[in-house]
Design a protein around this ligand. Structure first.
Ligand SMILES: Cc1cc2nc3c(=O)[nH]c(=O)nc-3n(C[C@H](O)[C@H](O)[C@H](O)COP(=O)(O)OP(=O)(O)OC[C@H]3O[C@@H](n4cnc5c(N)ncnc54)[C@H](O)[C@@H]3O)c2cc1C
Length: 292
């Protein structure tokens, strides 16, 4: 099935992204929080693929558990990092045997300390090659890919990045999920440019509720995302009051998501960071229905 089908007939596609916890306590917390988030009937839950190698096997385990527990579609993230084409194929075979529905097909980041991505011998250099492999050999998987409203950091300019994004769509991706952002105008501009580039698949904004001043500092220094005037200052002003930071972050995310919905986005992909309190409040405020 194409991932684009999830967003047909004005169907709003909520998706929830989690990551495999590294400790047993983290796993138990995630199980508890997921139970609450599933009440909002997401179109799918996606699980990330660890950059450093430690949590890679866990991606499929979590996808299998969620499918078993809740019978909802699951999306396994998957990167080209450190894998030959044969390695990639055997992982995809395993995903197929576990009845994973969709793959988020990614290149992955260079290892810490390295500035450019090096493919292993017999591996892939870019995500479009992984999409091509999945599309030709495992056509049953829906394929999602990453998009960057503020440009991928390695791309020389936006136009080049959009040409490369189109390669992933032409190779078989059914939907684009964006990097997190806080300034909606950057997303709207990106969406327009993508359409001008001939990209017709749904583009789903990726949203991360920011409920801690320290996190916004970390994110902006990591990926250079624009932060709207005043948000950083507002959070900083209450940096010793975690409840006040939480409220500011949730209120900001509600307004951001409502504006995106008003501008006709087909869905929202929530980076929930394995938590649920902020997302529950945001989804309730947006009127996303819960199971009866
Ligand atoms: C929704 C989402 C989920 C993510 N999940 C994970 C995850 O689970 N695990 C993880 O490790 N990382 C994850 N990432 C991060 C991602 O791996 C990094 O952003 C990585 O740096 C780029 O991956 P990509 O798939 O966008 O790569 P690509 O599409 O290959 O793009 C990477 C760079 O190469 C350029 N490029 C692309 N194709 C070509 C080509 N054919 N020729 C020349 N240049 C090209 C692009 O313009 C870009 O600058 C995620 C990102 C997003 C947005």
């Amino acid at each position: 099935m194409s991932l684009a089908d999830l967003y047909q007939n004005d169907q709003f596609g909520l998706s929830i992204e989690i990551f495999p916890p590294k400790t047993e306590a983290g796993e138990n917390t995630l199980r508890k929080n997921l139970k609450k988030l599933i009440e909002f009937q997401p179109a799918f839950v996606s699980c990330t693929y660890g950059a450093g190698g430690t949590t890679q096997a866990k991606t499929l385990e979590w996808c299998a558990e969620i499918k078993r527990e809740y019978s909802i579609p699951v999306t396994a993230h998957f990167t080209c990092v450190g894998s030959t084409t044969d390695d990639l194929k055997s992982w995809l075979k395993k995903a197929e045997s576990l009845r994973v529905n969709n793959i988020m097909a990614l290149r992955g980041d260079p290892p810490d300390g390295e500035t450019s991505f090096q493919a292993v011998e017999g591996g892939f250099t870019n995500a479009n090659q992984l999409v091509e492999l999945i599309h030709s050999e495992y056509p049953q998987f829906g394929i999602g890919v990453a998009g960057y409203p503020e440009k991928h950091p390695e791309a020389s300019d936006m136009k080049t990045d959009l040409i490369n994004l189109k390669r992933k769509v032409d190779a078989g991706a059914g939907a684009i999920y964006t990097q997190l952002f806080f300034v909606n105008d950057n997303f709207y501009r990106f969406r327009e440019q993508a359409v001008e580039q001939g990209i017709e698949v749904p583009i789903i904004p990726g949203i991360m509720p920011i409920t801690e001043f320290s996190r916004i500092q970390r994110i902006t220094s990591m990926c250079g995302t624009d932060v709207p005037d005043g948000l950083g200052e507002k959070l900083e002003a209450v940096k010793d009051d975690s409840e006040a930071q939480f409220e500011i972050g949730v209120e900001f995310a509600i307004q951001q998501c409502q504006d995106l919905i008003d501008h006709g986005v087909p869905g929202i992909h929530f980076y929930v960071l394995n938590k649920c309190k902020a997302s529950e409040q945001i989804l309730n405020a947006l009127g996303i229905p819960q199971k009866n």
